[in-house]
Design a protein around this ligand. Structure first.
Ligand code: NDP
Length: 598
């Protein structure tokens, strides 16, 4: 970076841009899909097939058929536990990749590390970053490979999960009238799947067509998830509200197909280069057994400031962390002391460089200078989900694509015929809400059910002031229940599936041990849980961003970050690689310290 950066001026600009966006309602600015939007919670992809309710018993019920459930069930099968039932609200497995079929959907994390169990299933990703249909197909491949469909209850929404103290079993009630019993339950209900809508005045009055990106209406637009042109949009005026990671991926396709496209922007995303390419089958053939574990460790190590001989994934994620790491090393070499301040300074300086590059790139791609200016992000890169794309900025050079920048204010109002922004009215045939998913609201609201453990205690109440667990998996008072997710474990956000696959392995080892020893109940002691929580609280390492950031779900929408938010976003103090090494020793020691088997 040759350009000199006035870091004080930059920080002042960041604060001004943040202040424009701060609002008192935080997360409450969003509304749940009810009334005319209630269908956004339904499954448009499969017709409901009636079946008899289930009153049977399984060894392990796996709630959620996304990657959390799939990898856990796969690990259970590998451990020789066959009586496993996936229970999933969607009509198939896949979770986020079942619901999100919007045009251009893909994963920002390289497929070699993101797609779980590649070696076990014998799949070669087609590209460095793969599109959603391939990811969905891979989820189905895992289910087929491990025989998970046979006993699955799909299109089945859990309505409550209750511990039966007398029988030492869980009772699972569903919207199909089921009342199944399970000795063990794993819960992978994910944080980002319940669509939310912006609470814009008049949203319910729009007379045209509207939908949320997670329920893309190909019946209205034409086209398909594989990328066929959306022919029905050729003469339509389409508006899209939101410019987050989802919008960044579908806007290029909309710009290509819509008669006119109006993008209503409140805060621009940061768009770094993508550099996608096909994977060469001959090269793939040369990979040695256990290659995926090596790639995973390599990526996680680089992502968290460590050193490796080579950077196997070599992309925008590893670039961010290597820059910070190298800056720390340079500062230490120049005589700085190894203190949190040195780290912070290095982080800030490398971030200033990166964001300056990202803003400069906008000018090189976007023809119209006013549009280019409005597309520049003025915040630190990790304040919001970083985006990577090679067609997004280019889309604004399409003559029919209009960026309606609201200078941080957002859409003002929606009426029968369109959208009001910056005092202007835009007539529209269709509004697409790219407004994201519920994050930070109560777990039961997001999963759609409450979990009741010993003595009538609900998980919602137990976690009201923040998550409490051992390893992010075990919760005192909730025996034989295992939570599958990144929080309070490795918490590697740039590659969620690695957290899940490892959690699945831990859970399978514990359940195997319980079965082998004839234990009826498995539960973390209160003392072990407390000491884990203390360990997490003693660390600054947290997924939640800086309160100085522009608002978004990474920083509690700009509202103060309290103990609850910190606990919910916490991870092992020494980072993911250390966590996985620790948990590997813990589960292989056979002692399972902190867990009681009764
Ligand atoms: P986000 O929550 O990231 O984005 C919501 C968007 O809606 C923001 O741009 C927000 O603006 C905007 N918005 C909200 N209210 C208004 C309003 N009143 N007027 C105008 N704009 C408004 O949702 P996404 O679906 O984009 O992404 C959610 C998450 O899903 C990502 O962060 C990522 O974790 C995941 N994802 C991952 C992908 C991958 O590649 N792996 C791809 C896509 C999504 P503002 O920024 O100002 O709040």
């Amino acid at each position: 970076m040759t350009e000199l950066i006035d870091s004080d001026a930059l920080r002042a600009k960041y604060r001004t841009e943040r202040d424009k966006r701060l609002r008192t309602d935080g997360n409450d600015q969003y509304i749940q899909p009810t009334g005319r939007f209630a269908h956004l919670l339904e499954d448009p992809y499969v017709a409901r097939v009636e079946r008899e309710p289930l009153f049977d018993e399984v060894a392990v019920a796996v709630i959620g058929g996304g990657f959390s459930g799939l990898v856990t069930a796969a690990r259970l099968k590998q451990a020789g536990i066959d009586d496993v039932r996936i229970i999933e609200g969607g009509g198939d497995v896949g979770g986020a990749w079942y619901w999100n079929r919007y045009p251009g959907a893909m994963c920002d994390t390289a497929a070699m590390v993101y797609l779980p169990l590649l070696e076990e299933t014998g799949h070669m990703p087609t590209r460095k970053y793969v599109f959603a249909p391939e990811i969905f197909a891979h989820a189905q491949r895992i289910a087929t490979h491990f025989g998970l469909y046979a006993n699955a209850a799909l299109s089945t929404q859990v309505t409550s999960l209750d511990w039966d103290e007398a029988a030492s079993q869980w009772i699972i009630s569903t919207n199909r009238g089921d009342r199944m019993r399970a000795k063990f339950v794993t819960m992978g209900t994910g944080p980002l799947h319940r669509p939310k809508l912006p609470g814009i005045d008049g949203i319910e009055t729009f007379a045209g067509h509207s939908f949320h990106t997670s329920r893309w209406d190909y019946g209205f637009t034409g086209g398909d998830p594989a990328g066929a042109p959306m022919v029905n949009l050729v003469h339509k005026r389409v508006g899209i509200i939101g410019t987050g990671a989802t919008a960044v991926q579908c806007i290029p396709r909309l710009a290509r197909d819509a008669g006119e496209l109006f993008v209503f922007q409140r805060t621009p995303s940061s768009i770094d280069v993508r550099n996608n390419h096909a994977i060469d089958p001959q090269w793939f053939e040369t990979l040695e057994p256990d290659w995926q574990q090596q790639w995973l460790t390599n990526f996680a190590t680089l992502q968290t400031g460590g050193f490796t001989e080579e950077d196997l994934v070599h992309d925008g994620w590893t670039d961010i962390s290597k820059r910070i790491r190298d800056r720390v090393v340079a500062d230490l070499g120049a005589g700085a002391e190894f203190t949190p301040e040195t780290m912070l300074k290095a982080y800030e300086a490398s971030d200033d460089d990166k964001m300056t590059e990202i803003r400069a790139r906008v000018d090189t791609v976007v023809d119209d200078s006013a549009t280019a200016d409005a597309l520049k992000p003025w915040y630190r890169q990790l304040c919001k989900r970083p985006c990577f794309h090679d067609e997004y900025l280019q889309a604004y050079n399409e003559p029919g694509t209009h960026l309606i920048d609201t200078d941080g204010k957002g859409v003002e109002r929606i009426d029968e015929s369109g959208v009001w922004a910056r005092g202007m009215h835009y007539d529209l045939d269709c509004i697409i809400f790219a407004s994201g998913f519920e994050v930070g609201t109560e777990a039961s609201r997001r999963s759609g059910f409450e979990t009741t453990g010993r003595h009538g205690l609900t998980l919602g109440k137990y976690w009201a002031e923040g998550m409490h667990s051992l390893h992010g998996i075990h919760v005192h008072g909730f025996p034989n229940l295992f939570v599958v997710g990144p929080s309070q474990g490795a918490n590697l956000i740039s590659n969620i599936t690695q957290n899940l696959t490892e959690a699945g392995a831990t859970i399978a080892t514990i359940i195997r041990h319980a079965i082998d020893t004839g234990a009826d109940e498995v539960e973390v002691t209160e003392a072990a849980e407390d000491s884990w929580v203390r360990l997490l609280e003693g660390s600054e390492r947290s997924f939640l961003g800086n309160p100085d950031c522009t608002p978004g779900y990474y920083n509690n929408e700009g509202k103060p970050i309290g103990r609850r938010e910190r606990l919910n976003g916490s991870g092992y103090p020494e980072g993911p690689v250390a966590y996985w090494s620790y948990i590997d020793r813990w589960r292989n020691s056979g002692e399972f310290a902190g867990i009681e088997f009764r």
